[in-house]
Design a protein around this ligand. Structure first.
Ligand code: SF4
Length: 445
């Protein structure tokens, strides 16, 4: 049973030394009880206390890593049901199914296509994480050969899919340095799969057709010393699957139910490409740790990466760009100067419209704590004073021979005060970024 904050407090040194980053041992104990910090932050807790507190401080959903090196995928260790309560920490991995019966050139072409599924969005690199190699051939040799090809042609993480331990073993041996995920242990192969996972120190997916069965299998595996588990409640329709993923998350977080305290995997079942995207998006939102799909077209994948990026952004820390002056195109001392806030989405929207206009321009991203134009204005983070400060500090005065600045149409009200404070002439730009190209063109005529 979970310990209360007071129970935990009694097991701490109670010296209030603050080394954990909290003002008192009691404050630290309360955070442990809420699963928001780990016990290791207190360097003074006794061995006896550690043992007693181990289960209270263990994350309700275990952190599991797949792969090795820079691109490894960390999933789990989430602490809340809803993103607005705190944040989601470890973005769902997105992977693609490849069958081992594909011919060599087809296999390489598909791997190459998956490797290219990386994009830049609002200043961040977003991309896919896994290749899920499925044994259809039933041949350990064919499967191992295909696994070697994937390893040789891609740095993405690998998932080995077969319920035959001999098939998995054939590929696990050459792949073990890349720490692939084994998929899957079931009630029929539990013992040999557990043995393989332990022998090669690999994470193991376990599949049960109901939550009861899944829970029972997970307990058997942990009893055998296999801890890095990923849970699969089997193939279901979307609503059933989302329901089960939600129940697993709820039981782990709200009831501290350890047998289901692991990240989950969902494999799409739809053969219709649009439907598959919808299905995958639903699983990313609630609450899969890994989503495996068949479609590899960029138009299918970019929306999913966007959904994932949005869901896993800390709601308390808006994405920001560095507040400074940006040069778009071949600017010169006569190029127009626009100002906006340093909220990433706002900045990149303005930037893409300026680029689209093909008129070189400067954009000053004025520090606004990452808020969008109207929100920042309402919060007094985007005012005549803050814009004047940006004009004075960003170095734009050395770059242009004029003193004219274009402000967003939504804050036209700032014009008079800004002219007064900065000494620059203010032009009111369009309210929507989409109006920027025609606005910039109108300046030239
Ligand atoms: S580091 Fe440990 S002893 Fe010091 S205040 Fe934090 S919990 Fe208490």
């Amino acid at each position: 049973m979970a310990l209360s904050g007071l129970d935990i407090y009694k097991l701490l040194p109670r010296t209030n030394c603050k080394e954990c980053g909290f003002p008192t041992c009691l404050a630290f104990a309360m955070q442990i009880a809420a699963k928001k910090v780990e016990l290791s932050k207190c360097p003074h807790v006794s061995e006896e206390g550690k043992q007693a507190l181990e289960s209270a401080s263990r994350p309700p959903i275990r952190l599991v890593s797949i792969g090795a090196g820079e691109g490894k995928l960390d999933i789990g260790n989430e602490t809340v049901m809803f993103r607005h309560e705190e944040t989601f920490y470890h973005p769902a991995g997105i992977g693609f199914l490849i069958e081992d019966t594909l011919g060599a050139s087809e296999l390489e072409a598909k791997i190459a296509k998956i490797n290219k599924l990386h994009f830049e969005r609002v200043g961040q690199q977003i991309g896919v994480n896994l290749i899920a190699l499925k044994c259809v051939s039933k041949s350990p040799e064919t499967f191992a050969e295909a696994a070697k090809k994937v390893l040789a042609h891609s740095q993405l993480n690998l998932m080995l899919m077969s319920e035959d331990p001999e098939v998995i073993k054939a590929a696990a041996s050459p792949a073990k340095e890349r720490r692939p995920l084994i998929y899957a242990a079931t009630k029929d192969n539990l013992e040999p799969m557990a043995k393989l996972a332990k022998e090669y120190s690999l994470p193991l997916a376990v599949r049960g057709d109901s939550l009861d069965e899944l829970s029972e299998l997970a307990q058997k595996l942990t009893a055998q010393g296999v801890e890095d588990l990923i849970l699969d409640s089997g193939t279901k329709n979307i609503s059933q699957k989302v329901n089960e993923l939600t129940q697993i998350r709820r039981l782990a977080l709200k009831k501290t139910y350890r047998p289901l305290g692991y990240p989950t995997i969902a494999i799409t079942s739809s053969d219709e490409p649009y439907q598959e995207v919808t299905e995958a998006a639903a699983y990313i939102a609630k609450y899969a740790g890994i989503v495996i799909m068949k479609g590899v077209e960029p138009w299918q994948v970019l929306p999913l990466l966007t959904v994932r990026q949005n869901i896993y952004t800390d709601p308390q820390k808006p994405l920001q760009v560095e507040p400074r002056v940006y040069e778009i195109g071949q600017v010169n001392d006569k190029s127009p100067v626009l100002v906006t806030t340093n909220f990433s989405l706002t900045y990149y929207t303005v930037e893409s419209e300026v680029e689209g206009s093909r008129i070189p321009a400067y954009i000053i991203s004025s520090y606004s704590e990452g808020l969008s134009v109207l929100t920042a204005w309402a919060a007094e983070k985007f005012t005549a004073e803050t814009i004047t400060k940006s004009l004075n500090e960003c170095g734009i005065k050395e770059k242009v021979s004029h003193q004219e600045i274009i402000i967003p149409g939504y804050v036209a009200v700032l014009s008079g005060k800004l002219e007064e404070d900065s000494g620059w002439k203010v032009k009111v730009g369009p309210k929507e970024a989409s109006g920027i190209p025609s606005f910039l063109k109108s300046l030239k005529t």
